[in-house]
Design a binder for this molecule. Structure first.
Ligand code: ATR
Length: 277
């Protein structure tokens, strides 16, 4: 029987997740569909239990339910419990198990572009749900230093406190002007620059070292103002679509036993099409 997978969130219109998952289904020769469901807050519990009742094998969770979905699940994997955010749910024998593939997905992308992150200095812009998952994964990366900068400084401090207990390296809140600092990598996890606010950027790049790699997890538009400015400054850039693809491929590997060769072929196929998005 045809399998069904999906995404719950609000809003989910314009999501590129079906594009990624359906491409994998094709490469894996799976008879499956992936649908997006816009779910109102008060309907979250009914929607999640409904997906289980109709025999859905797995689903993704996006803004704003990555944290609130947890109490509806039967179990939470360590990848999600560590930072309290779930983006992937597998349903096995009627039990719903939560995972997080966001952070690990981005880590894989970063390592593909930069090699090991060991001993690197990283600045994360933002301290919301996305920053949480990403910083949680960065804890495994043996960095030299992680700095977090956020419009709301208190929120940045709270995140640093959460990370501090489990880190081996220096973690702090960034309040200094960036000209006095050197970072190997800057990751934007805020929503600044996202459609329809394409003319906004979370950071001015003046005074930054040309060697700094700029990564933006925003993928709508494909080329954000931050990425455009970084390219104009001859900096290496990493596009948000790569993280979207990687977290989805990791979710697929949780749901089904997908051979690595199929995952790699899907990634290449998708990457060859990103310019048409
Ligand atoms: P997500 O799950 O996508 O991370 P979130 O938890 O609402 O969503 O977090 C959004 C992040 O983008 C926060 O770091 C937020 O900063 P504040 O904590 O100060 O609100 C940041 N953000 C959103 N709009 C912003 C703006 N216009 N300027 C600066 N930061 C912004």
């Amino acid at each position: 029987m045809r399998q069904l997978y999906g995404l719950i969130g609000n809003p989910v219109n314009g999501s590129k997740s079906p594009w990624v998952h359906e491409c994998l289904f094709e490469h894996a020769n799976l008879d499956a569909n992936y649908l997006c469901f816009n779910v109102a807050k008060e309907a979250l519990s009914a929607a999640v239990n409904g997906l289980r009742a109709i025999g859905v094998q797995g689903f993704n969770v996006t803004i704003p339910y990555k944290e609130s979905v947890i109490e509806l699940l039967d179990a939470v994997d360590q990848s999600a419990s560590a930072m309290g955010a779930v983006n992937t749910v597998a349903i096995r024998n009627g039990k719903m198990i939560g995972y997080n593939t966001d952070g690990l997905g981005l880590l894989k992308v970063l390592e593909r572009h930069m090699g090991s992150l060991e001993n690197k200095s990283v600045l994360v812009l933002g301290a919301g749900g996305a920053a949480k998952g990403i910083c949680g994964a960065l804890l495994q990366a043996k960095l030299k230093r992680l700095q977090i900068r956020n419009r709301n400084e208190e929120r940045a401090k709270d995140l640093v406190k959460l990370l501090h207990e489990r880190s081996q390296f220096s973690i702090g809140v960034q309040t200094e002007p960036l000209e006095n600092e050197t970072f190997d990598l800057i990751i934007n996890t805020t929503s600044v620059g996202m459609t329809p606010h394409e003319d906004e950027t979370p950071l001015l790049l003046e005074g930054l070292d040309e060697q700094t790699v700029i990564c933006d997890i925003v993928y709508k538009p494909h080329e954000t103002l931050l990425i455009k400015n970084a390219k104009a400054n001859n900096m290496k850039v990493i596009y948000g679509i790569e993280m979207l693809i990687e977290q989805a491929l990791l979710a697929e590997q949780i749901w089904n036993d997908i051979p690595q060769s199929v995952v790699d072929a899907t990634r290449s196929d998708l990457m060859s099409k990103v310019n048409q998005l």
